[in-house]
Design a protein around this ligand. Structure first.
Ligand code: IPE
Ligand code: IPE
Ligand code: MG
Length: 271
């Protein structure tokens, strides 16, 4: 799962990966209680641009290196037995970025997906995409469609890429679809409640995330799964996405496992 295509164009300079030794990392992994794994982890992969800038490089350089973190994180989740991993890869607002960055990101996406399909299949990973995919270039749509189809029988980790996604877009779209179904006589408006509404969201087939991680030190949600994160545990790390490694994921999961999830009840009631 490595971005060989881009490697010759990259020059990581003096970058020295930090973090615990292999043994330290293994002990972090073994400290995780497998019975209390979050069923669904959602990640806002942020900080690629700053990572590149720190090295005097173009923003795309950060995105290229971010792919390696995606590969490592997907692998770690599959190894642990996490059921669902949603990665926020491109927001509807990100279309407003400079044209060169947007087209570079789309190119990177197509190349990565194309190359990764055999590895996804080898690891029994099923790919899904959520978002306003109609805005994606045709080539991207084709490659994504093929990858989704080719991995559709896999039964291990569900990898959900949020592409051209924003929560407000998703909710607006859900409201529009609901309205259409009412108009067509398929839905009685009296029966609309939160459970009915959920069926109109792009995430209808997935459980809500239990752990949401954002990298790069930003403490905001940036239009990501606003509805679905209602009771997610939020974890923020200052690590920039291209530096994100398995140990950072393990740390987030270990932190999650220390939380008391009360869902509005009292501690005593949870007893
Ligand atoms: C996240 O990194 C990737 C995308 C939004 C596509 P950024 O590109 O936002 O990096 P920063 O936040 O500017 O450092
Ligand atoms: C959120 O990051 C979107 C993705 C990671 C894909 P942004 O970098 O776009 O978010 P803001 O602008 O800092 O809120
Ligand atoms: Mg950012």
């Amino acid at each position: 799962m490595i971005l060989n295509y881009f490697t010759p164009r990259l020059n990581p300079g003096n970058f020295i990966p930090s973090g615990p030794s292999k043994t330290g990392m293994e002990s972090l992994k073994f400290s995780i209680n497998p019975a209390q794994l979050p069923k669904h982890i959602a990640i806002i992969m942020d900080g690629n641009g700053r990572w590149a800038k720190m090295q005097g490089q173009d923003r795309l350089f950060g995105h290229y290196h971010g792919v390696e973190s995606v590969r490592i994180t997907v692998e770690a989740c599959a190894e642990l037995g996490v059921g669902y991993l949603t990665l926020y890869a491109f927001s509807t607002e990100n279309w407003e970025r400079p044209v060169q960055e947007v087209s570079g990101l789309m190119e990177l996406l197509v190349d990565t997906i194309r190359k990764e399909v055999p590895t996804l299949n080898k690891n029994n990973i099923r790919l899904h995409v959520i978002g306003n995919t109609g805005m994606l270039p045709e080539k991207t749509m084709t490659v994504l469609g093929e990858a989704i189809k080719e991995t559709s029988v896999n039964t291990g980790l569900n990898l959900i890429m949020a592409l051209s996604y924003s929560s407000r877009w998703e909710m607006g779209e859900a409201a529009r679809q609901l309205g259409m179904d009412v108009k067509a006589g398929k839905l009685d408006p009296e029966t609309i409640d939160q459970y009915c509404f959920q069926k109109y969201l792009c995430t209808r087939d997935f459980p809500d995330p239990e752990l949401m991680i954002r990298t790069s030190g930003e403490h905001r949600i940036s239009n990501f799964l606003l509805y679905q994160l209602a009771y997610a545990e939020l974890y923020f790390t200052s690590v920039l996405w291209p530096d994100f490694r398995k140990e950072h994921l393990y740390e987030a999961i270990l932190d999650f496992q220390t939380r008391e999830r009360r869902f509005g009840k009292t501690s005593e009631q949870l007893g």
